[in-house]
Design a protein around this ligand. Sequence first.
Ligand SMILES: [Zn+2]
Length: 258
Amino acid sequence: MKKIGIEQKTKNKAPMRELGCEEEKPGNEEIMKEMSLEAHGIMGGRTTITIIGFPDECPLCHKKGVQVIKLTVFRGETDDEKIYVIYQCPNNDCNKPYIGVYSLSEEDDIYHLENLYPIEPEKKEFEKEIINISEAFCKIYNQAENARATGLDEIAGIGYRKALEFLIKDYCILLNPGKKEEIKKEFLSKTIKTYIKDIRIKRNAEKAAWLGNDEAHYYRKWENKDIEDLLRLIKLTCHFISMYMLDEAYEKEMSNEA
Ligand SMILES: [Zn+2]
């Protein structure tokens, strides 16, 4: 799962504080890799536990800062395998609470940060040329990002594949308005092959489509490639489409003035 703003165990910086706890002394960074807290049972009772792994940014507004621990709870038994830490974002424009779920490790008897809930992924902003070509692409891409950030990694890839299809088809329809009906119905690979003339767009879009198909099908053809490769290829496709559109626009505006 893609983790947002979760500090890794190897980092020393963990300037956490619990309300009502003493501030940590400077120079105690090594010790602050872990923190002991009093956890409260939902049905009563309390116990002292140790946690490790701290968010260094709010998963909702994505501002970095010292995240405040408001309360630590467990379900009902003091040896529960999960502990829930309720954080509050320190950013005054947000101040929202969220939960860090920690799981007990049998190796060190410490609760390790597993997930944050809820997460609102940062909306990816696309270049103006891409937005103008396909708002649907931008919308679907961001929905896929959302799925991925919340752990739905098995379906996020299909979302990126669908987004790519909208980008390519909307782009080709823009350049070939008379072919709209054919482009809408045909396979994506045929659209790329038939209508994309720029070699850099074509070869990146083709590869992105291959990897996108791997996300949607039972059989994975490109076993040494993953969703990160797909995202890089979509990024490259977007980049070269933007460049192409900009180039065309300047050529149209200025070529007759020379
Ligand atoms: Zn926030």
